[in-house]
Design a binder for this molecule. Structure first.
Ligand SMILES: Cc1cc2nc3c(=O)[nH]c(=O)nc-3n(C[C@H](O)[C@H](O)[C@H](O)COP(=O)(O)OP(=O)(O)OC[C@H]3O[C@@H](n4cnc5c(N)ncnc54)[C@H](O)[C@@H]3O)c2cc1C
Length: 336
């Protein structure tokens, strides 16, 4: 039974064997387990009980209803916003329903640091399986939902995090300055931070990323879109894979590159890019030619599948056509 004190008004006296404070993922489960073991339980929740009819799909109304401090709660230094639920159901009411088992390295850390030797993946497996059955957890496939699914490059196959620093961190710049850099400065950071034995392949990859961004008219390749990876502070440092490539001119017609090169921000001609590769990345002209050929082939191959995609998703027609035109212009422009 749920009693809403706001509507009821006044005090309410209840007697129970156990009182659980908070009705989120932790409190609700604890209360349900204790109740199913035959004990009387009261759950005390500070937030309101909202039902389907109350969900208006309006942020100005729902944020104050569902979140602590209307979604504006922050760390004491104001640097990180912390979304925290404040309603019956806690943060589970608005969470995204992604369900992951606690990764083995985290269980190992809890065993080690909290003296919980029994917390092994084998011991936890039946509990994970029980929760997954209750919640009907299943893998998400692209064909089932309209979602962008991406494999994380900063998490190892065993679930352990891989160190990642983007160019803003490496250049001691704040996020707000991510559009203030230059390709020459990124090239210097690569020289300074990438390990010697990974340097040339990292430079080639960085240049390939620049060429790709030019060909597909990606105007949003800013300082946070380049970074380095390392397994531990003593291990080799290499450049991170390419990510976050968007044909921005399909949405912003007159868009230009986010970072400068040779003091300008424009869709540079081939000779400017060639010069950058040779002078700032020490690449051989033959390597540069090879990168242009590989990127052109990859872009045109991918362009070839867009018409089929448009046929399956007519709502993509307008943007798809703009993308194909932008890519053709980019590839032809850089190959003469
Ligand atoms: C936007 C968002 C998306 C998320 N997406 C996912 C996801 O996809 N997958 C996933 O696994 N996790 C996700 N999470 C995280 C997950 O929802 C939380 O880790 C989980 O709900 C935490 O459980 P909890 O019981 O500790 O706290 P909560 O679920 O936040 O519940 C705490 C409850 O206690 C109440 N309370 C606090 N203090 C008092 C008090 N003094 N008196 C009475 N009541 C009190 C609060 O009002 C709240 O209702 C998401 C979280 C957020 C905010």
């Amino acid at each position: 039974m749920i009693t809403k004190l706001l509507e009821r008004g006044g005090d309410l006296a209840e007697r129970a064997q156990v009182c659980v404070i908070g009705s989120g993922a932790g409190g609700a489960v604890v209360a349900a387990e204790i109740a199913s073991a035959g004990h009387d339980v009261v759950v005390l929740e500070q937030g309101h009980y909202w039902t389907k009819a109350d969900f208006t799909q309006r942020e100005d109304q729902m944020l104050p209803r569902l979140f602590e401090e209307a979604g504006m709660r922050q760390t004491s230094d104001g640097s990180i916003t912390i979304l925290q639920g404040r309603n019956v159901g806690g943060s589970t009411v608005h969470n995204l329903c992604y369900c992951f088992r606690t990764p083995d390295p985290i269980l190992a850390m809890w065993q080690r640091e909290h003296a919980l030797p029994g917390l092994t993946p084998e011991a936890m497996r039946p509990s994970f399986e029980r929760v997954e059955r209750m919640l009907k957890v299943k893998p998400i496939r692209e064909s089932e939902v309209q979602a962008f699914i991406m494999r994380r490059f900063d998490i190892a196959p065993d679930g352990f995090p891989i160190g990642f620093e983007d160019m803003c961190s490496l250049q001691a710049l704040g996020t707000a300055q991510k559009y203030t850099g230059s390709y020459e400065r990124v090239a210097r950071s690569i020289r300074d931070f990438v390990s010697g034995d990974k340097l040339m392949e990292s430079r080639e990859q960085f240049f390939a990323t620049l060429v790709l961004s030019m060909m597909v008219r990606n105007g949003d390749a800013h300082l946070k879109n380049f970074g380095v990876l390392y397994s531990s502070p003593l291990d080799a440092v290499s450049i991170a894979p390419v990510y976050d490539v968007v044909t921005t001119t399909a949405y912003i017609k007159k868009d230009v590159p986010a970072l400068s090169l040779a003091g300008t921000k424009k869709w540079w001609p081939r000779k400017v890019l060639d010069r950058f590769a040779i002078v700032h990345l020490s690449l051989q002209p033959s390597t540069v030619d090879d990168i242009f050929s590989r990127m052109s082939a990859a872009v045109m191959e991918t362009r070839g599948i867009i018409p089929d995609y448009i046929a399956d998703h007519p709502e993509f027609r307008e943007v798809g056509k703009l993308m194909m035109a932008a890519w053709e212009e980019g590839v032809i422009g850089l190959n003469g």
